[in-house]
Design a protein around this ligand. Structure first.
Ligand code: SF4
Ligand code: SF4
Length: 288
């Protein structure tokens, strides 16, 4: 193992999942790394088990059909080789957590990424909220750049990007979620304020680091959809891609389904929002 990887051994971060080859997490074929924990708790989150860290209550241990989980000195221990990914443990957890977290060092991740290197354009760090691990990402990006790969950040914008100039200098672009522009609605939707998200939108744009912006379009929230799409598309114009993602109920928590229902948004409503983008000359608007 190279010496500089050994130096990077000390710091570890909680990794929820790694997708070796993804074509939906930025341009080209990318390795997507999902870190655990998030400062938001969005009602429509598709991976609510990534929101909190495990509190080691032990409730999930006995439910595992393959004994991949056990308690040791008051902590849940996960044995990855036994896991059949049935998700039973995630379903029983009441803490929006997962027992299947692996604490990984930069060296561990680099070893993994180096095996994929001939087949990928780069890595994308996601979550949860990957910026919860900003110091770790700086070390990781330094090493991944040495491999000649690109590094993208997928973020909800909760952390102040202006405080991480070194990380941004290494980063090839940020894919930013702007979930709602109305602060009260954002609070209701995500359990947190959106002032930092909007500041980050302007900061990343000004510094040429905005890869794309994403907004989830919600059923029965016509006015909120319109407000957010108008605000974002007027700012980013032709300079960054704007991805409009239709709400989908699959994997969403009960509270989310209760709030937004079992249907996705009708295409007629999407067409009105695309029209707003076109009026704002945001020709890089895409529907997902
Ligand atoms: S997902 Fe893995 S750890 Fe969780 S219950 Fe299923 S086999 Fe056990
Ligand atoms: S994953 Fe959830 S249920 Fe399992 S020990 Fe951690 S907090 Fe408890």
């Amino acid at each position: 193992m190279p010496m500089h990887w050994i130096v990077a051994f000390m710091m570890k971060a909680p990794v929820n999942n790694i997708i070796d080859f993804s074509n939906v997490d930025g341009p080209g074929n990318r390795c997507a790394i999902f870190f655990q924990s998030c400062p938001f708790s969005c009602l429509y989150c598709h991976n609510p088990e990534t929101i909190r860290m495990c509190v080691h209550c032990g409730k999930c241990v006995a439910t595992c059909p393959t004994q991949a989980l056990r308690m040791e000195a008051g902590k849940v221990v996960f044995e990855a080789s036994r896991c059949v990914k049935c998700d039973t443990c995630i379903r029983v957890c009441e803490h929006q957590a997962s027992p299947r977290i692996q604490m990984m060092s930069v060296a561990d991740l680099c070893e993994h990424i180096s095996k994929l290197k001939p087949f990928i354009r780069g890595i994308t760090v996601s979550g949860g909220e990957c910026m919860n691990q900003a110091a770790f990402l700086l070390d990781l990006f330094q090493e991944v750049k040495k491999m000649g790969l690109t590094c993208l950040i997928d973020s909800n914008g909760a952390h102040d990007f202006s405080k991480y100039p070194q990380l941004l200098a290494l980063c090839d672009g940020v894919m930013l979620d702007v979930k709602a522009v109305d602060p009260h609605f954002h609070q209701k939707l995500c359990g947190a304020d959106n002032a930092m998200v909007l500041r980050n939108l302007d900061y990343l744009l000004k510094n040429g680091k905005l890869q794309e912006v994403r907004t989830v379009l919600l059923p029965n929230e016509k006015e909120q959809n319109r407000k957010t799409v108008s605000y974002v598309s007027a700012r980013i114009k032709d300079r960054s891609q704007y991805k409009l993602i239709r709400y989908r109920p699959y994997g969403v928590r009960e509270a989310g389904v209760k709030a937004f229902g079992n249907q996705t948004l009708a295409m007629e409503e999407v067409a009105e929002l695309v029209e707003i983008c076109e009026k704002n000359q945001n020709h890089l608007c895409r529907i997902a």
